[in-house]
Structures are given as C-alpha cells and as structure tokens.
Design a protein around this ligand. Structure first.
Ligand SMILES: [Zn+2]
Length: 532
C-alpha cells in the first residue's frame, strides 16, 4: 500500500468536530489508527525508529489527555532487548540415520527459532512426545516410557481438547512447555503445528524467519533457561522426522483431531545442527500515563489499561508490500486506549482509583514489554488491582456480542457483564479456547503476578457469517502487510468498543473492593504465589 498523506489525517480530525459523541469517538479512534499504522511508522518493530516515533505520538496524546507521566522520569519506560538474527547460509539442520546425514532445508522443511539463543552446534537424539505435556494434577504424562535426558523433544504444538480452555492456554505456552522439558532433562524442542489450527500458513510464517528475534536483556526474566535449540517444523514435511518410526504424521494428527491419546516414542534418528547467529542489543519503549484517582483511600490503587504498540516492522514481501503496518494488530488497540483517555479527559471524569494507561512494546516478540513492565512496574505492584488489555479487537462487523477472554476467571466478569449490558451488548467467553487467546497477549504478564485481568474483542457466534469474516481476516491479513489502512473496518463497532473499555475501567476504578479471582479459577494460584 501507499503512504497515507498527513493531509488526510488532518481532515479526519477537523471533520470530527460536528459529530455526535459516539461518532466523534469513532472518528478520533480512526485518526489514531492512521497516525500509528501509516507507512511512515514502518510497522513499529520493537527497537526501531518507527516504534520510537509511534511512542512519541502516544506520549503526545497522553499529554493532551491530561495524563501524568508514569514511566521512568517521563512517560517512557525504556526496555532493553537482546536481538538475534540467523545467518542461514552458515546454519544447518540434518537428520542422522545409520551414520548418514539427511539435510533439512531451512525455510522449507524447518526453521531455527531465535527467541531461544541456539547453541553453535549440537547433536542429540529425538523423542516424539505427542502433545508434549506433563501435568500431574490432570493425570497427563506424555513423557511416560521415554527418556528425554539430553534429547530434543518433538511435539505437536496443540493441547488435548479434554483440558479446560484456561489450562490449554497456560500449559500450551512455550514457557510452560519448556519448564516441563527442562525438568525432564531435554535440551531443545521441535514444534510441529497442527495445520488445522495454524493462524498463519507456513508459506507466510517462514517469511519472518530472517527477522531478528528478541529476548529481554534482563537475565532474571529469561523464559527458556538452559534451552539450546528451538525449531519449528513445517507440518507438511513432518514425515521426514517420523521416517522409520512406524508412524505417519497424518495418523498422529487424526488422533489429535479426534481428541485421543497420542503415543510417545523415540525416533530412529539424531538431530545435528549448526547455528550462526548475529547478536546485538536494542532499546525500545513502554509508554505510561496516569489519570489520578480522586478518592483519598483508593487513589494509590491502579487499574491498568493496556495495549501493545509494537508490530512486525518491515519484512518479506507479500504482493509487493514489505511494510507490516499492523493496523488492527495493534494500532487499533492503542488507538482505543488513547481515545479512552481523551474521552475521560473531555468528560472531566474523576474515578476513585487511578487509571494507568500503558502502551507496551515487544508483544510480538513474546509479550516482552508487558513482562518487563509487570516485573518492574512504575507503581508498586501490589497497588495494581486489575488489567484490562486490548489486542486486535477486530471491529470488522457491528459489535453486538463482546468476546471476553477471562470472563469466568475473576469477578471482573460481573463488571464487564454490567458494562456491556448498559450499552445493549451481550458477552461471551472465548468461542475457540484451543487458540489460547487468554495467555497469548499482554494480560498474561499481569495474570502471572496474580493480578485479575480481562481482554476483549468484537465477538461472534460459532459458524455465523461473522465467524467466517473473522476467520478470513486471520488467514489473509493476520501478520501480513495487508493488515493496513486500506482494509474495510466497521468504525461504529470500534466506537462502541472504546465506550465499553472506558466504562469498564471507570467501573473497576470505582468498585468499593478490589477485584478477585474466582475460587474455581486455575489462575488463582498465581495470586497465592504472589502474596507469599
Ligand atoms: Zn500480532
């Protein structure tokens, strides 16, 4: 797509003057999306000059909305990252059988993931472990009867349908998986996606393999201690791994799709790798501003309203376009929190608790900016009572149903139900828990410290025309350059969404009591851990 002229932005804002309140909200929301997702922002990659420009825009808008600085000596909280880029020509993967090496082609068969710092070389046995889960409290042990000591584990990166959604989400994460594999003595992983639940087809995801990957420079926040290798396998070529095992990937996937147990077995091959990596460090920005609470007893408590600012930057061309603008992912979410702050300012709102607005960096690199913020909050962590996060809420059709991730996990569910009802919107829990959305965005960084959280999107019923529109969007535009300003958007849905986030934040800020996890919630355990 072409660069959006600044003139168009100005006209939109000026034109908003004579509009009704909700239309004004929708128009201003879109003007923020345009400001953050135009080609001049170069896809807001973490650590890039484009991201810095976007952070400056957010700072200016926070200031305009009367928020006090809540970063480190201003609105910005600097975050340092280690970056790693693969030098593919000097890296290799091969399967060794009977002393003979069979190379795997990087980019086509498999890719070396760089969220983990790979060992310069290694050779290790391969063990297939089905879903790859060891969850004693649920009676699941995919490691029974196999020896993972010194091995690279090969798993299908999906979770059994028999597990409740939140557990699928939590235990299916790369970080929790690595804890299990590390405890069993493994040194690395090969993940094979279930093609049926891949958000991004292999042909597109492989385009990102030459982009730098990142981890937090703060070593205490390393999510994969001891991991020497992380490989993603093209599911269409997974039989290369399984050759000689007496199993095919199709047969194993059929068991997964039927929700049946999947066998674990040693593979009759060893994996041999070399990895040449270019390393550097960069700094990026979290941006934080606070609307001070008015109640002397509660003003030192905070409701955190968050959205990630970063996207994927400039990368592999799709249809001749190399700029990954991230208009919906997640300029739309940052625009929403900017508009929440602006409309509270316009209304002269005086919530009892403080509302802390945070635009975080590094989400696309693995929730890193929010992890850093939650580990090093700019207000005392115990004073954060809740997090309301917005990531890619997808206003593609009218907002009649609000999808609430975490709806039944805490008593924030009551707040969001009441807030939505007041504007004639119904609520639903995640209709597709197997996609693990509750732990796949920044709210999870707060949840891990015991802070009750919600994330919301424009909802839809399963098998409806809206579900088809959302699915088509994911296949065609998610993490593609076409997630840009030229796509069709339902601005009135966005306006209504902004109102809900605003009213919800105020409602939580005005609660007499602090939000609590439900007793039945799996995530309650983190609150217990945090207070001890
Ligand atoms: Zn994303």
């Amino acid at each position: 797509m072409r660069r959006v002229l600044t003139l168009a932005v100005v006209v939109t804002i000026a034109g908003a003057a004579g509009l009704r309140g909700d239309e004004k909200t929708a128009a201003r929301w879109w003007s923020h999306v345009e400001a953050l997702a135009n080609d001049g922002m170069e896809g807001r990659n973490t650590g890039s000059p484009g991201h810095k420009r976007a952070a400056d825009y957010v700072t200016a808008q926070f200031q305009k909305a009367g928020l006090a600085p809540a970063g480190v000596g201003g609105y910005i909280q600097p975050v340092r990252f280690k970056t790693r880029r693969i030098v593919e020509a000097e890296s290799s993967l091969a399967l060794v059988r009977d002393g003979k090496a069979e190379p795997l082609t990087l980019g086509e068969d498999a890719n070396i993931g760089l969220r983990v710092d790979p060992a310069p070389s290694l050779e290790a046995p391969l063990v297939f472990v089905g879903y790859g889960l060891n969850i004693p409290e649920r009676g699941i042990n995919d490691f029974a009867g196999v020896n993972l000591k010194g091995a690279v584990v090969v798993y299908v990166s999906t979770t059994p349908k028999s597990l409740p959604g939140p557990l699928q989400a939590h235990f299916g994460s790369a970080e929790e998986r690595w804890k299990m594999y590390h405890a069993a003595g493994a040194i690395g992983t090969i993940a094979i996606a279930n093609p049926k639940s891949m958000d991004i087809p292999w042909a597109r995801s492989t385009l990102a393999r030459l982009q730098p990957a990142m981890s937090l420079a703060d070593r205490a926040l390393d999510e994969a201690p001891g991991q020497q290798l992380s490989v993603t396998m093209n599911p269409a070529h997974a039989d290369k791994l399984l050759a000689g095992s007496g199993h095919t990937f199709a047969e194993l996937l059929a068991l997964v799709d039927a929700g049946k147990p999947v066998p674990s077995f040693a593979l009759p091959a060893r994996l041999k790798t070399t990895a040449k990596v270019e390393r550097a460090e960069v700094e990026s920005q979290n941006v934080a501003g606070v609307l001070r609470g008015s109640d002397p007893k509660r003003r030192d408590e905070y409701v955190v309203v968050s959205a990630h600012l970063d996207h994927l930057g400039v990368g592999g061309a799709v249809n001749g376009d190399t700029i990954y603008n991230g208009a919906m992912d997640n300029a739309s979410g940052v625009a929403a929190i900017l508009e929440v702050a602006a409309s509270l300012h316009d209304a002269g709102a005086k919530p009892a608790r403080s509302i802390l607005f945070v635009a975080v960096t590094g989400e696309e690199k693995g929730l890193l900016g929010s992890s850093y913020f939650a580990a090093h909050p700019t207000v005392p962590r115990a004073s954060v009572v809740a997090n309301v996060n917005t990531d890619m809420f997808l206003p593609l059709f009218p907002l009649k149903t609000l999808m609430v991730l975490g709806l039944d996990e805490s008593d924030l569910g009551q707040d969001v139900r009441a807030t939505a009802k007041a504007v004639g919107v119904s609520v639903q829990a995640d209709p597709e828990p197997q996609r693990s959305r509750f732990v796949r965005s920044d709210q999870y960084s707060f949840i891990k410290f015991g802070i009750p959280a919600l994330a919301m999107k424009v909802g839809y019923e399963a098998n409806s025309p809206e579900a088809a529109i959302a699915a088509k969007w994911t296949t065609e535009r998610y993490h593609a350059p076409s997630d840009d300003l030229s796509q069709p958007i339902d601005r009135s849905a966005a306006g209504k969404y902004v109102e809900i986030v605003r009213d919800l934040a105020v409602r939580i800020a005005n609660r007499p009591d602090r939000p609590k996890w439900n007793d039945s919630s799996f995530f309650k355990r983190f609150a217990k851990a945090a207070t001890h």
